[in-house]
Ligand binder design. Structure first.
Ligand code: PLP
Length: 474
């Protein structure tokens, strides 16, 4: 068994917690509200001692850094959202350009606002057959850097929310030819690189910095994540200041300990457990494939889409349009039957399969998905690619300028042609379809309103019905 210094300290504290005169104010007194309070241990004054040392945390971060092959590692209790913002504050200064995948998560978008960076957007390919994002060609990054040789970083999302992985090594080489770092949002890729059938993780592929959610594909508590750095192109002093500056001063020791434990599990049994997840996901895809009209994305997407190096073999992505079933209705029914899907809109399902699954859990999910689709089968619909993947932005102001200038809220019909001052983010996957600084296009607004009508949640805007939109006052 590998060492787990932080997790061990957490267990020791729970075994002998003493009488706390510290926060949290609930004092782990189960009589007060709930026995769950007993597990809530603060990092400082709990897992670490009262002198607020960071010795145990540093030990656990070092072990994670070694496992991923990174020279620096930072644990976070604020999700990959925190890492994305810290990375943006590290790679440049206000006014600097960065080459960014337009399929970025809203947290990186707000990182651009915080840091005052000016994005040069690059768009991944779209797979005509599924309407899904299908990889970033290295040549597109080369072209963007030819046109913007003053860019300070290349910033990608790998793997995509739907499991596609681009040739990160080739893109890292292009960035390094220009002497700039490649940053990778690998929120959905904490398991990559830990089984021979999985794509390499971004540090193995030569990226300079990655952020990953330990709570998404491996076994950390919700909100756990980490940032990993290699090479000399990332200013570590700046990163540490940004990372600490944006981090809560009261991190949960339980969340930190869960990162240490997740790393230990991956190190000791990752290949075995991931091998299991890969096999179970392949079996699930084979069964789902037999359902008439149901599109099932697997490794073949990487064969037909040249910008994809691989498709994550643990991913199951389903296209429902050919079955005629309405995904929102089917997902509600599944929820009533105890099956909760990570992503479900009218046309697409992404049930997350991880190393925690068993044949039984996935068998039940597949059986129930098939049953619910059959109960709601209808005439096939045409494929409508999600707005988040397909938006072609018309950027007229930097995200920061648009965020901070004077705004007004106007009816949607009057917003067309105006500059957006807020994000409108179909969630998941959390990619801004409207974003501050971009001119609002009639077709994007119409497509978003159509998504609202089918039951998709549009997040992070003042009016989620999109009857009105916040725009820059001109
Ligand atoms: C690509 C991507 N990056 C970052 C995040 C944010 O991760 P977290 O929820 O851990 O803050 C997400 C969340 O879904 C995501 O999809």
């Amino acid at each position: 068994m590998s060492e787990t210094p932080l997790y061990d300290a957490y267990r020791r504290f729970l075994a002998n917690a003493g009488t706390p005169f510290t926060v949290p104010g609930h004092k782990r007194n189960p009589a007060l509200t709930d026995p769950l309070l007993a597990l809530d241990v603060p990092q400082y004054g709990g897992v670490e001692d009262r002198r607020v040392s960071t010795r145990r945390l540093a030990g656990a971060e070092r072990l994670a850094g070694e496992l991923w092959g990174a020279k620096w590692c930072g644990f976070s209790v604020q999700g990959s959202s925190h890492g994305n913002e810290a990375i943006a504050l590290t790679v440049g200064k206000p006014g600097d350009k960065v080459i960014v995948a337009r399929t970025l998560h809203k947290s990186l978008f707000f990182g651009l606002v915080l840091a005052g960076l000016v994005p040069v957007w690059v768009r991944p390919d779209i797979d005509a057959q599924t309407g899904l994002t299908a990889g970033m060609p290295a040549g597109r990054i080369r072209q963007a850097l030819r046109e913007h040789p003053d860019a300070r970083a290349v910033m990608l999302v790998e793997p995509s929310y739907v499991g596609g992985v681009s040739d990160v090594a080739a893109i890292a080489a292009v960035a390094h030819e220009h002497g700039i770092p490649l940053t990778v949002d690998a929120a959905w890729g904490a398991h990559l690189g830990f089984h021979p059938e999985l794509p390499p993780h971004a540090i193995q592929a030569g990226a300079d910095i990655l952020v990953t959610s330990v709570h998404k594909h491996i076994t950390g508590f919700t909100q756990s994540s980490m940032v990993l750095v290699q090479g000399e192109l990332i200013n570590l002093e700046r990163l540490e200041a940004a990372f600490e500056g944006l981090h809560t001063t009261s991190p949960s020791g339980a969340i930190f300990a869960s990162i240490d434990r997740a790393r230990g599990l991956l190190q000791d049994r990752g290949e075995e457990l991931l091998g299991n997840a890969i096999r179970i996901a392949a079996d699930a895809r084979a069964r789902l494939h037999a359902v008439p009209g149901l599109g099932v994305v697997g490794s073949e997407i990487a064969r037909r889409c040249p910008a994809l190096l691989m498709h994550d073999p643990t991913k199951v992505v389903l296209s429902l349009y050919g079955t005629g079933a309405d995904g929102q209705v089917v997902a509600d029914l599944l929820e009533q039957r105890g099956i909760h899907l990570e992503f479900a809109d009218r046309d697409t399902f992404c049930p997350v399969i991880t190393l925690a699954d068993t044949d039984e859990t996935v068998d039940r999910m597949v059986t129930e998905v098939i049953r619910a689709i059959e109960e709601h089968r209808g005439p096939p619909r045409p494929l409508v690619p999600a707005t988040a993947w397909t938006v072609v932005p018309d950027t007229v102001m930097s995200p920061r300028d648009a965020f901070f200038c004077a705004h007004e809220r106007v009816p949607a019909a009057m917003a067309v042609g105006r500059i957006a001052a807020e994000t409108a983010v179909p969630y998941p996957p959390g990619i801004p379809a409207l974003a501050p600084g971009e001119r609002i296009q009639a077709e994007v607004l119409k497509a978003l309103q159509a998504e609202v009508a089918t039951g998709t949640r549009i997040a992070y805007c003042g009016d989620p019905s999109l009857a009105t939109v916040l725009v820059v006052r001109e």
